[in-house]
Design a protein around this ligand. Structure first.
Ligand SMILES: *[C@@H]1O[C@H](CO)[C@@H](O)[C@H](O)[C@H]1NC(C)=O
Ligand SMILES: *[C@@H]1O[C@H](CO)[C@@H](O)[C@H](O)[C@H]1NC(C)=O
Ligand SMILES: *[C@@H]1O[C@H](CO)[C@@H](O)[C@H](O)[C@H]1NC(C)=O
Ligand SMILES: *[C@@H]1O[C@H](CO)[C@@H](O)[C@H](O)[C@H]1NC(C)=O
Length: 476
């Protein structure tokens, strides 16, 4: 997802183009060499070779000189600098074009105090209290990109930290660049019948397969899904292929977690009537490929995760949605009934027929989003995020030039929010069996303290040491 084209390829050709249109540029002296090169071509092959070597050396020298000239323009502040405070993109320097606006994007932190630096971009998963770009200049935009599960960095999910940022791109539909559908490539793929196994065949396969499959290798996450599934397995047969609650093996070639997107794996899942699609965390809009994969394959997801998932489902009958107070035994009864009743089961696949995706919100989102997923024809969401910030930086630069007051943007607490993790009520307390299960609650509460401490230091607007930070966290 994160691979972006390299800086060298993108950077130099555009310099070269600029140079060619510039009569004062050093390249015009290279143009003068061209007729001479034709003359030389008549001479011996050896001399030609030596000459071409010199010519290419000159060529590269010119390109390098041009780069230096370009950097000189940056030094003069012609393009705003936008510094990724994360190694995410791996780009040490790239002049990015966002329509009419250009910004220089870099992961090089030495530009922290550069006069052209206008914005800092943070990636939630590696957002660290260690060495934040403080003090923060009054004009510095801070922007947060975080598409992942809260379990990867809880302290961001509290309002003292979220509201430090001016711009956001998160899985929440409230954010400035919502990534709710980040795991859905297209409506065409969603409604595709390519993998659909006819119900008659699914019924025959039931002689050897359970009605539902579970494939999880990240065991005991904050959603406490394994507790639920363990109990569910006492009431209905579940084929569990992943490391968690494992009871059935995948063919040898598919055991790697990277095989999840392979056709062979899809074929195995597609033979089931239901797939347990349980997210690792339970927050509004946190909807992952766990939901979309079975929908694409024509399997009914039994979904637990985003409490507002119905807002994104293709129709009001496309998944069995499990609530936080669902009893596994009751769910097992419902699934058995659907397993035994073909008409009732097929009602859950009706939405796959042409024109039957009735969720206007999903349709509108897929139509209007500016980025693609694994789509070489479209920009990815990181490019779009970078350009959102670049455009807003330019908007204020232009307003300032025109003597207008700059605009302000602020992230709201709603841009990244998730309630504290809870365990299922029917299974009281952590047990010796699941060591991780008990840590999420305390870890969330701890992250609230970290968020408050971080806010305190950010408001003081001075850099601080890790030691000072932890002292503050444990002060009360
Ligand atoms: C970062 O930029 C500085 C100049 O500002 C340069 O000396 C240094 O080599 C750069 N680092 C990387 C990793 O590109
Ligand atoms: C589901 O949607 C269909 C068609 O949009 C509608 O006729 C039906 O009343 C809805 N059912 C529920 C339970 O909302
Ligand atoms: C960015 O956010 C900070 C903190 O809320 C605020 O002081 C500043 O005015 C904002 N800047 C812009 C450009 O919105
Ligand atoms: C804060 O930054 C300054 C200058 O960058 C540095 O000299 C100082 O050691 C830093 N202080 C802390 C507490 O990190």
């Amino acid at each position: 997802m994160l691979n972006k084209s390299g800086i060298i390829l993108e950077y130099f050709p555009s310099n070269l183009l600029m140079a060619q249109s510039d009569p004062e540029s050093k390249l015009s002296s290279a143009d003068a060499l061209v007729p001479r090169s034709r003359e030389m071509a008549r001479l011996s092959l050896k001399r030609l070779f030596v000459f071409s070597l010199c010519l290419s050396a000159l060529f590269f020298l010119i390109i390098t000189l041009q780069a230096v000239v370009e950097l000189g323009q940056f030094e003069g502040g012609q393009y705003p600098f936008i510094v990724w405070w994360s190694p995410l993109t791996g780009e040490t320097g790239r002049l990015g074009e966002c329509g009419r606006n250009k910004c220089f994007f870099t992961i090089n932190k030495t530009y922290h105090n550069h006069p052209a630096t206008q914005a800092f971009l943070f990636y939630g998963t590696d957002f660290n209290i260690d060495s934040l770009p403080l003090p923060r200049n009054a004009d510095h935009h801070w922007a947060l990109f975080h598409e992942e599960s809260p379990k990867n960095n809880y302290k961001l999910f509290h309002s003292p930290v979220v509201t430090l940022f001016n711009h956001t791109a998160t899985f929440s539909h409230f954010s400035h660049l919502p990534l709710v559908t980040q795991h859905l490539e297209s409506l065409e793929l969603l409604t595709s019948l390519a993998h659909l196994v006819p119900l008659s065949q699914k019924n025959r396969l039931r002689r050897t397969l359970a009605p539902l499959a579970y494939v999880q290798s990240d065991c005991d996450p904050p959603s406490d899904r394994d507790t639920f599934v363990r109990e569910l397995m006492r009431h209905i047969q579940v084929d569990s292929y992943g490391a968690c609650l494992h009871n059935r093996d995948l063919p040898a070639g598919l055991r790697d977690s990277t095989a999840m997107d392979e056709r062979g794996f899809h074929r195995i899942l597609a033979r089931y009537k239901f797939v347990l699609a349980f997210e690792n965390a339970v927050c509004d809009d946190y909807v992952t490929e766990k939901l979309w994969r079975p929908l694409k394959l024509g399997v009914v997801p039994v979904y637990y995760g985003a409490p507002n998932v119905r807002a994104w489902l293709p129709s009001n009958r496309s998944a069995v949605v499990v609530g936080p107070d669902e009893a596994p035994e009751r769910l097992a009864r419902l699934l058995r009934r659907l397993d035994e009743n073909d008409d009732e089961y097929e009602a859950y696949l009706e939405w796959k027929r042409p024109g039957r995706v009735t969720n206007q919100r999903l349709l509108a989102e897929m139509q209007s989003r500016k980025w693609g997923v694994q789509d070489p024809m479209r920009e990815n969401y990181i490019d779009v995020f970078e350009c959102m910030v670049c455009d807003r930086v330019w908007e204020n630069l232009n307003r300032r030039k025109e003597g207008l007051t700059p605009k302000t943007w602020r992230a709201e607490a709603s841009h990244l929010r998730c309630p504290p993790p809870r365990t299922f009520a029917f299974s009281a307390g952590p047990t010796g069996r699941a060591t991780l299960r008990g840590i999420w609650g305390p870890s969330y509460r701890q992250s609230e303290k970290e968020a408050r401490a971080l806010r305190l230091f950010a408001d003081r607007n001075k850099n601080f040491t890790v030691g000072q930070f932890w002292k503050e966290v444990f002060a009360d």
